[in-house]
Design a protein around this ligand. Sequence first.
Ligand SMILES: Nc1nc2c(ncn2[C@@H]2O[C@H](COP(=O)(O)OP(=O)(O)OP(=O)(O)O)[C@@H](O)[C@H]2O)c(=O)[nH]1
Ligand SMILES: [Mg+2]
Length: 454
Amino acid sequence: MNTIVGLSTALSNSAVNIIRISGDKSLEIINKIFKTKETLKPNEIKYGFIKYCGEIYDEVLVSFMKSPKSYTGEDVIEINCHGGILITNKILDLTMKLGAKLAEPGEFTKRAFLNGKIDLTKAEAIIDLIYAKSDLELKCAMNQRTGKLYNKLNTIKEKMINIISQIEVIVDFEDEVEDVHKDNINDDIVKIRDEIKDILKYKDQGMIIKNGINTCIVGKPNVGKSSLMNYLCNDTKAIVTDIPGTTRDIIEEKVDIGGVILNLFDTAGIRESNDVVESIGINMAKEKIEDSDLILFVLDITRNLDEEDINILKFIENKNTIFLLNKCDEDQKLNYEDLLKVFGNKIENNLIKISVKNEIGFDNLRDIIKNKFLLEEINDNIDSIILTNKRHIEAFINCLNYLNDALESINSSIPLDIVSIDIRKSLEYIMNITGEDVNESIVDSIFSNFCIGK
Ligand SMILES: Nc1nc2c(ncn2[C@@H]2O[C@H](COP(=O)(O)OP(=O)(O)OP(=O)(O)O)[C@@H](O)[C@H]2O)c(=O)[nH]1
Ligand SMILES: [Mg+2]
């Protein structure tokens, strides 16, 4: 494999930049350009200068990690240079002039995978660590990085191989397979099936942790939707006025509500309108409701319920909704009985009085959201395996389906060697997750999501 070079830090004017070189020629390249009083030895950092053809490029610290004890498993050199864009580019160019190839995004980690330093789940955890947006996401990524999922996959793999070999022995040595053997194999498959079901238990929460909760703020005009948006973002993202119909476009922002991300959308107040622009905004709001995981339905506590509020009901019918009675800093005109009549048991446990103006009700709102999506439960079980990667979830579901097929077969009169085919298929999916048996194009697509220099 050729020797690659990449910038491990962002290219900007900063205190320090790190240039990483990996491959057989790493040492040869650095020895040509690094002038130091001592020889560069493995696992040591040396002070010196990058100098070539009489020109001093920079004052640097250089470290050397010898193969196989390095991130990629190859000889790795890291140059800590000054964080100037020009200096960094000049050193990068120099290493390339001397034979290094510019690394593709994720190429260092891909080499670590190809050289058997890490499996795919640990490699994917590195991307998740880098891009984590919330504490929960970070914790899940760290659990995966330290091998929680990988270890589990390995034990499942061993159990599956054990079942396959049990079947082989029985089928080879006995003309008639006894029921007791079938029962044992059935029990073993059930155990693995249940373990996988357990792993998949929090898959929906895992996707929420990774992608956030798509949350649409909905209500008739002037109830305080944009005020709520601005409050939750702690910024002026949307225009607020007392003129009904202020917001037309959809305004989007990510907000961390104590460990989990809300992808918030402020929308136009929904009402009948003859204004062309406002009507477009209202239609956009209705469409946005469709792809949301959660609706924050804002009502104005200073006005009684009217047709405009009631009309909105049909758009949120099957949606997970929290009803927010805003402006509770003022006198309440909204009649609770009417509310109950119109919205029925949809409001049960989903109704909060808030005041954006006086910052009332928001702890309650955060708690209700977290409870709705079982995020408190996740927090308490953060050390169990929580899948946050769609590729893993799909593979586990496929694996589960094959195990269920195997169980169905074993309980009918289908021969055991056919059952074995289903177990082998489910094993393939497990090995797919770790990357032991995975398509090259999938590997390429995983690493292309990495940043350059990682
Ligand atoms: N008293 C009181 N007034 C509020 C509160 N929240 C918002 N308002 C006022 O309500 C009016 C409307 O606020 P907006 O946030 O623009 O309402 P909106 O729902 O986004 O309105 P449209 O964009 O027109 O649909 C403004 O005058 C706000 O200052 C609150 O908690 N208490
Ligand atoms: Mg608005």
